[in-house]
Design a protein around this ligand. Structure first.
Ligand code: F0G
Length: 382
């Protein structure tokens, strides 16, 4: 059973969910009426979605003003990232249209997800990846799900440009977020948040790479407002990595660079849609440094018990940055009222990319199998 966890620490009063809870179905079955599917569309699903919205008491107390922070842990989707929400719709529609091959460019998670859903559908998958720039866990996923993995001496933006060229070939379906079926599926995360809270949050914070997720959340919140399931829209606040921040700097970045490989993108496909979301919502786009990302990743793991990949930690790094910056008058965090509800999306699981964590060479305490020795170790400070 996924949904909201109990929250004594921050005094949440749970309200009744708006949708009939169907925790054992995927997002197409759960939100069919909001998605571009017909009764005849084959549903290719791995029971994605229905991820937990986890209260973050320590983060809430740092934010202060009796605000409540929740973490939407998308790392608990079947392939370990939010991409599965969009992929179930994109691959179902591709199969409906008769595609025999799905292709995508990726910084890792889209390829893992495309490969898994293609395997489930019984069709082929090929992925174009920037050579040497993909986290090991994600690469392993693409291989094990049976995709054709093509590594290019090029960055993500060039891989995506090639995918656009391939899209006109017969029988091929592109499953990057330039395919709007992906955004349709991804908007369901916003539905789930409103269903769980009984209202839209005041502020929604997320990492930004190709910017499709920002566009998808904004669409989801807007549609749920129109449908009468909420009475307001959140301010949308996005964070890019400091050296991979085209939207923030308002120019294409030719050589984007960040430790958060998932968001190493210099020319986002959904740039305009995301910008509109930030502007229309009274939100903003900002940057976080690699140092801030890595320390937020560690902070989240050791203080809230959630291990996320570096790109995912950008949302929390951003929130922590907002809390420490006193002089930023345009900060959307300052504009929300006392007792505001804040949601940060944690986009992918930490186990996908353990290289940065292991690069610090953590060592266990070696000991002999002896109770007295272990007790003496337990008494020492860490
Ligand atoms: N977080 C993670 C873990 C991601 O994998 C991505 C994007 C993002 C955030 C940014 O989301 O692109 O919608 O703004 N990953 C893509 C991929 C680009 O190929 O897996 P976005």
């Amino acid at each position: 059973m996924c949904e909201i966890a109990s929250d004594d620490a921050v005094g949440l009063v749970m309200s009744a969910p708006r949708s009939t809870l169907k925790p054992c179905v995927g997002v197409i079955e759960r939100y069919r009426t909001y998605l571009p599917v017909a009764e005849t569309t084959p549903v290719i699903s791995l029971n994605e979605g229905s991820t937990p919205l986890i209260p973050a008491p320590r983060l809430s107390s740092i934010v202060g003003r009796r605000c409540r922070v929740f973490l939407k842990f998308e790392g608990l989707n079947p392939t370990g990232s939010f991409k599965d929400r969009g992929m179930t719709v994109a691959v179902s529609k591709a199969v409906e249209r008769g595609a025999t091959l799905v292709v995508c460019a990726s910084t890792g998670n889209t390829s893992a997800s495309a490969a898994a859903y293609a395997a489930r559908a019984g069709i082929q998958c090929a992925v174009l990846l920037p050579s040497g720039k993909i986290a090991m866990g994600k690469l392993a996923q693409a291989f094990v799900y049976g995709a054709k993995v093509i590594a290019l001496e090029a960055n993500f933006d060039r891989c995506l440009a090639l995918i656009r060229e391939l899209s006109i070939e017969p029988g091929i379906a592109v499953v990057n977020s330039i395919n709007h079926d992906r955004l349709e599926g991804q908007k369901t995360a916003a539905f789930e948040i409103v269903d769980a809270l009984g209202e839209a949050p005041d502020l929604h914070i997320l990492p930004v790479g190709n910017a499709g997720n920002t566009a998808a959340y904004w669409k989801g919140y807007s549609e749920y407002l129109q449908a009468g399931h909420s009475t307001r829209l959140p301010r949308m606040l996005g964070f890019q990595a400091a050296n991979a921040a085209p939207i923030y700097y308002d120019r294409v970045i030719e050589q984007p660079d960040t430790i958060a490989s998932a968001i190493r993108i210099g020319n986002p496909a959904s740039w305009k849609l995301a910008k509109a979301a930030f502007n229309e919502s009274g939100g903003a786009i900002d940057i976080v440094s690699d140092g801030e990302i890595l320390s937020a990743q560690r902070w989240l793991a050791s203080n809230e018990g959630l291990f996320v990949e570096p790109a995912s930690a950008a949302s929390v790094a951003g929130l922590l940055k907002c809390c420490s910056e006193k002089e930023c008058v345009r900060c959307p965090l300052r504009m929300v009222s006392e007792k505001a509800t804040i949601v940060c999306t944690l986009t992918g699981h930490g186990l996908k990319d353990i290289a940065t964590v292991m690069s610090e060479n953590p060592q266990p305490i070696f000991a002999s199998a002896n109770k007295a020795e272990i007790l003496s170790i337990l008494k020492k400070p860490r």
